[in-house]
Design a protein around this ligand. Sequence first.
Ligand code: UDP
Ligand code: UDP
Length: 471
Amino acid sequence: MESAAHVALISSPGMGHLFPALEFATRLSTRHRLTVTVFIVPSRSSSAENKVIAAAQAAGLFTVVELPPADMSDVTESSVVGRLAITMRRHVPILRSAVSAMTSPPSVLIADIFSIESFAVADEFDMKKYAFVASNAWFLAVMVYAQVWDREIVGQYVDQKEPLQIPGCESVRPCDVIDPLLDRTEQQYFEILKLGMGIASSDGVLVNTWDELQDRTLASLNDRNLLGKISPPVYSIGPIVRQPGSKKGGSSELFNWLSKQPSESVIYVSFGSGGTLSFEQMTEVAHGLEMSRQRFVWVVRAPKVRSDGAFFTTGDESEEQSLAKFLPEGFLERTSEVGFVVSMWADQTAVLGSPAVGGFFSHSGWNSALESITNGVPMVVWPLYAEQRMNATMLTEEIGVGVRSKELPTNALIEREEIAAMVRKIMVEEDDEGKAIRAKAKELQRSAAKALGEGGSSHHNFARVVKLFGC
Ligand code: UDP
Ligand code: UDP
């Protein structure tokens, strides 16, 4: 059935952007029967991403258009965020050509946060323009309010004596400020300001959270006397999480192993599509896992340091290396009964959905956090980059669904004893705090399911948004 509205989405590179965009598109096309086109700007180097794109094309639920590469040969900017913003800026004319070549052009353009400048194309073709924020409402509040901080705050944010205020929201501790805003002289700082203002110019913002999880922040964003002064209407439509891949059901060695472990006895350790640890920190994590005496699945990546000091990998399997040389001597042998070490990548939503998994040791990327919560799995949170320190603070101090180390893992080496204690806290429920965290994870799992179900808040908001699209 051809529906009235044709909705286009544009996604920037990176698994953390691509997965939620594809999942969102799936919902628009299957549940709301919209005609959907997804424009993708792939990271050319990632074979993992290429597989995901090929699978979306093969599924045939919507049209997937891979935009040709933009010339970046003259770009000297080295930050991830700066490069992403420039990449997406250079794709605006490419998107324009793609849209003008379509026989029935879309009437709505939904852009992820790095693609906001493509709203220029929406204006030219008279399309409605929505921002899709694959993170949470507190992060969105920072993006929208950063222009005010920029005007009112003197000096670097990280040097402020007091937390940074946002009307109607939790304030942000200077040490939690998102990475690209840390140095106000860098290009990535200006890019984020610009993207934030672009979000504010949209017809509406769709955010991957749900009302009951972030009621105060969402209320402020929609209140004309608070953040709503500068923000367009915000609709929480989540949690949108990826469905497990085809390996679910035990066809692989990992899922075979998981199927034999006792219920909620395994902690899953993974740092997202890009996060890695230093060699020294990997050693402590390995010993910490052993000391915790808990079963584990660990997605191990080679330690790697970028020129600016951040640990970074592309998540590409071609980088797969012999794991043993990064792990303490004898670790693999000693833990062969209780642990399962995976190289580079695991089907995370399937792992978290396994009844054997009872905890997630995570970098607290928002997709990972939602995947944990929707499976009722408590977390050890280990923020590494982007907005993950804010996520970690919210998950542990506000929502109470995880524990974290006393020092930030990016500032200090976290030692094995502390790692073992955090793992035991969420896995073994040795104290009231651990029990409360586990109970909260189950409570949020129910809350998320309710929000998405018939009559739930996100279900309702999704229907409102589809109406706004003109269907
Ligand atoms: N992911 C996965 N297997 C891995 C690592 C990551 O399936 O080994 C998926 C994960 O399920 C999530 C996404 O990649 O959907 C990562 O997004 P997130 O926002 O957690 O972090 P980012 O990678 O953007 O830092
Ligand atoms: N990324 C990475 N290592 C880093 C920082 C970022 O691999 O140290 C990757 C990340 O996984 C994502 C992309 O670069 O695929 C963009 O990261 P960003 O910091 O914008 O945040 P995201 O929204 O993906 O969490």
